[in-house]
Design a binder for this molecule. Structure first.
Ligand SMILES: [Zn+2]
Length: 49
């Protein structure tokens, strides 16, 4: 299995690296710190980004 499209950390924008970071909420995070920041943020409206 090989991912056709690489994901990005939605917090800092780092590209997904094999064997690093973690996956949660359907996204990839480079570190616990970014994951925490993401969870702190209020979700933006899906209708108007
Ligand atoms: Zn990050």
């Amino acid at each position: 299995m090989f991912g056709l499209f690489k994901r990005k950390d939605p917090v800092c924008g780092m590209k997904e690296e094999k064997g690093r970071g973690m996956e949660k909420h359907g996204s990839w995070f480079c570190s616990q710190n970014c994951l925490k920041q993401y969870e702190k943020r209020p979700k933006s409206h899906s209708c108007c980004h």
